[in-house]
Design a protein around this ligand. Sequence first.
Ligand code: NAD
Length: 349
Amino acid sequence: MKKGVVIIGFGGQGKWHAKHILASDVVTLAGVYDIRKERNDMATEMGIHAFASLQELLEAKADIALIATPNDVHKQLAIAAMASGKHVICEKPVTLNVADYDEIIAAAKQYGKVFEVHQNRRWDVDFLAMKELINSEKIGKPLYISSIVHGSRGIPGDWRTQKEYGGGMLYDWGIHMIDQLLQLIPAPIVSLYCMTTHYTNSEVDDGYKLYLTFANGVTAFSEVGTYNFISMPRFYGQFEQGTSIIADWHDSMRVVECLNWGEGEVHPVQTASGITKTMAPRSNLSVNEYIAPKPVSDVHDFYRNLVAAIDGKAEKLIADAEVRRVLQVLEAAFESAAKKQVIHFSSPL
Ligand code: NAD
């Protein structure tokens, strides 16, 4: 039997979940509640039951509560939902700091409930393409990974521009980008440096640049920008035997494998102030270039895994320790940006 889900917060992401839950093979939608009446009215118009109050939702017979409100109230709602006997799916960023997250995990233990964070960008095909290339070692191990997301409309919406709600792009997109990078590079972090930008908003960051150094020597760069009228490539990777690039969300990954490092005769190219061999393109004979097949991904696997975890048949795909580590990186990134200093971890993170 499908498990019943109630959604708290029926804005953009609450609606996204409602759409997917209505099409799910493992969960069904039991109703929604939003503090704004017009959102509840919208749900009713869509044929979805709207609870009259949070209390009514908490008292309802449902297996899972899904929290899709602004970030500052995730903790109190998650704990209340688990106290009412429900398992919980919580939107990212789960909390604004590690201490609040620890309180949620303690409550999950206390009430014996499954709590999982919706880090849904683990199902993004661009990320999965990079993961497959790294795992296959087709062009060796990674040396450097760059993960960039650029927009040109500033911080979206209302609460995302305000600190008290947990606004800013490090919380909004950074949490996804850091989570993905930690999945791609399975090694402890020894140091990081972060710069935040405030081109369009002084209260919270409208973008950031983050450098991570791992204990295995791999480095990573993550950038989110909302004032970029031309975008940099989504993913770029330097490997022991080649380079990979994914230009944009829906593009396939282009891979150039180095076949012959010392390729022999090099024909120089003309630059603005002279010729160069160093920056000249390689001959086609010394490289193997190909387009990698796009990975297949299904966002419904998130709900399927959660239900299997509730039934004791699987481990959660988004593990508590992984979520906690991403929050630790985020805290250190804010510290680095505030102090304008590199943060060194005495015990690698
Ligand atoms: P939104 O502003 O569109 O919707 C939030 C809704 O929550 C609003 O309708 C608001 O009235 C309601 N709300 C606020 N406080 C509430 C409370 N105490 N009880 C009940 N309802 C309350 O915001 P959004 O874009 O839907 O973002 C919601 C959450 O989802 C955020 O945590 C955000 O980071 C996350 N999100 C995740 C993804 C993803 O890809 N995983 C994408 C977008 C948003």
